[in-house]
Design a protein. Structure first.
Length: 215
């Protein structure tokens, strides 16, 4: 009996050994947190880019069925909430082309509101977060135009797709407070302080491509 107890004691961890093991586990966990966070952001970025590409496709489909006219009129700042009672929302105009349910009750279309936006704006209601900003000053042969039309100060209809001088111009961008197309807007407090996925924002271009750019 005494021999067996001695062997069991030798096999058991001492308190110091146990604390060392726990310390190593904690350190490894802390080292892994930045990696997990980076992978999470990368996944969100990929999903957002996919969503923006689908918007580009939806714009083309819409124009194809509306005499080559862009969807609109639209507000410059776009949210991720589908709501029939609100004017100027791109997500409502493109719902039939993006597989978005067109129910009567407002709801968030989650694929257009990555979690990073909610984390960056915890005090802002999700349906108020401006995820995207539309380019309302697009170069054309006759000067800068707003291809999406406008709702204020007077309603202006959207323009024909042929009015765009260059397909490499950005059409829609990730919105943030210091973005040149956001900084003077009264709703800039409903945008993130800076781009979430890089030093520059993600943008959708009129040719349907998506990528980082300098606005």
């Amino acid at each position: 009996m005494i021999v067996r107890s001695s062997q069991a004691a030798r096999r058991a961890f001492s308190l110091v050994e146990l604390l060392v093991v726990i310390g190593i586990i904690v350190i490894l966990a802390l080292l892994g947190i930045p990696t997990v966070s980076a992978l999470s952001l990368r996944g969100e970025r990929i999903r957002l880019m996919s969503a923006m590409r689908s918007v580009g496709l939806g714009i083309n489909l819409y124009a194809g069925e509306h005499s080559s006219v862009f969807p609109g009129p639209l507000w410059p700042g776009q949210v991720a909430e589908f709501s029939r009672i609100e004017e100027g929302r791109l997500i409502v105009r493109l719902a039939p082309y993006l597989g978005i349910s067109e129910g009567d009750s407002p709801y968030l279309v989650e694929r257009f509101l990555p979690p990073a936006f909610r984390r960056a704006l915890p005090a802002v209601a999700p349906e108020e977060i401006r995820v995207f900003v539309m380019n309302t000053a697009v170069p054309s042969a006759s000067g800068n135009i707003n291809p999406w039309g406008s709702l204020t100060p007077a309603v202006q209809p959207p323009r024909n797709t042929s009015s765009i001088a260059s397909a490499s111009t950005w059409a829609m961008s990730e919105a943030y407070a210091s973005h040149p197309a956001v900084a003077a807007r009264p709703w800039k407090s409903f945008t993130t302080p800076a781009p979430l996925y890089g030093k520059s924002p993600l943008g959708l271009f009129f040719d349907g491509s998506v990528g980082f750019f300098q606005p």
